[in-house]
Design a protein. Sequence first.
Length: 567
Amino acid sequence: MPSRLPAVTQPVTSAPAPGARHDTTALLRGATASAYTETVRDVVDDVAARLRAVTQPFSGASRSELQGLVDAVDLDGPPSGTQEALREAADLYAKHTIWFHEPTYAAHLNCPVALPAVGAEAMLAAINTSVDTYDQSTIATLMERRLVDWTAGRIGFPVTGRADGADGIFTSGGTQSNFQALFLAREKARRTGTRLESMRILATAVSHFSVAKSALLLGLPDDAVVAVSTDADGRMSPDALAETLVDIERTGDTVIAVVATAGTTDRGCIDPLGAIADLCDAVGTWLHVDAAYGCGLLVSTTRRHLLAGIDRARSVTVDFHKSFFQPVSSSALIVRERTDLAPVAWHADYLNPPENAEPNQVDKSLQTTRRFDALKLWVTLRALGPDGVGAMVDAVCDLAAAVHQDLAHDNDFRLVGTTDLSTVLFRYQPEGLDAARADALVPQVRRVLFDSGRALVAKTVIDGRPCLKLTLLNPDATLADIRGVLELVRSAAHGLLAGEALAGTEEPPCRDVHPRLARADLDGAGLDHANLDHANLDHTDLDHADLHRTDLTTELDADPDTDGETR
């Protein structure tokens, strides 16, 4: 849709000549407050109109088309003025963005955002507080400290009445939180004389990639991260952990940390935290729990028990911009003992001299300048309450359970594993379709849906086999919405198989286009044989998922089950 931002009605002030006074209307201040009001209102009106009009998560524009739009903008050209610049940005960015609030977006760990948090985002962006030192932030620092205490309390860490109680810091995301936790574990080990080359970190092969990346950045050896075996559902095996701890001790190396995951990215499974904590306590090893995905269970009224044992961790990662429905970025690292954060401190005379008794959060953070992202969570908790957020977490978990039940009774699909949270792993593999062809369909189907813009799903590999993945983080999405996504998957797979058959024929297609699909199934997929005959589908292209968007959207648009809608 075209931008709703008003067209420029006044001449644009040209760039000041060298040595001339700058444009005094460019910055937000008291004298420009009226212009600020109009500017923000116009942007809000435009975004609101797009939200009302959106019917699919992506425009479907190709990367070459988008690159052409970006390259056409002359960033060194004459100034266009605020209104025109925002109109241009809306037609570039907002028109072709990925809409996470749309129910047919089900690809990654992205959530629709809480409305109170969006209001808070506007407030903090305009005021532009930096919460690195108290003299730059005052009450913002105190509010963030309160939220750290609140989160620690939800985890079960000691908060009040103890000088060595819990502490933490807001971060940019789970990767930074995990990195800082492992840095703290490394420093603790170094203080006891452990050499870098002998340090080991234990995690499962399905732990977040930031664990291995952190080990690299921390200067640990290439084999520092040791994979602990999992059970059939992808959860860390306590027996395997015990064996690995013993094996490493025998080599003379030192386990500086065990990383348990409360919500793996693909399966959404939670490691047995209590049993893992028992083993860590027995050998005196740092336990870090990566709860970036599963942290929403801290406010769940029905599933909090799944995090039993998290209070025994030494450090915990929480990503509020996943399971608390916050705008990016909003994350935190919480530690059980505040003294563990001491190695991060670095004092500068101009910023945070040692004699300064003020609560300077730069002493605990890897960042210096840092946004007051905590305000978004503060306002959300005050507006909705923890139980209100928890109800949304339960809604997405309930939806995932319902989709699992649907797929378990659908002969075209095969479920891949279970989940504790809100992911769904599956493959299109009806009876008679061999595993190799089902493997090849996974990236092709995902590509078809992405290029159409009508639905976005993810792909991954589980136990050596590729599969499709739904990541359900929209509490307003319904089972009917997700069934619609599955029908698009089914139709895309039917079309790809039919196109493959046509690519190898010289005669016009008969009604039984593919031997593995009955006539009724193919017709039910809404595929028109005449359209398929002219679809210009090349077998080699199909095998490499190099699919033409126009051809593929023709097939998808013919699906009668969508009733002309794009969901």
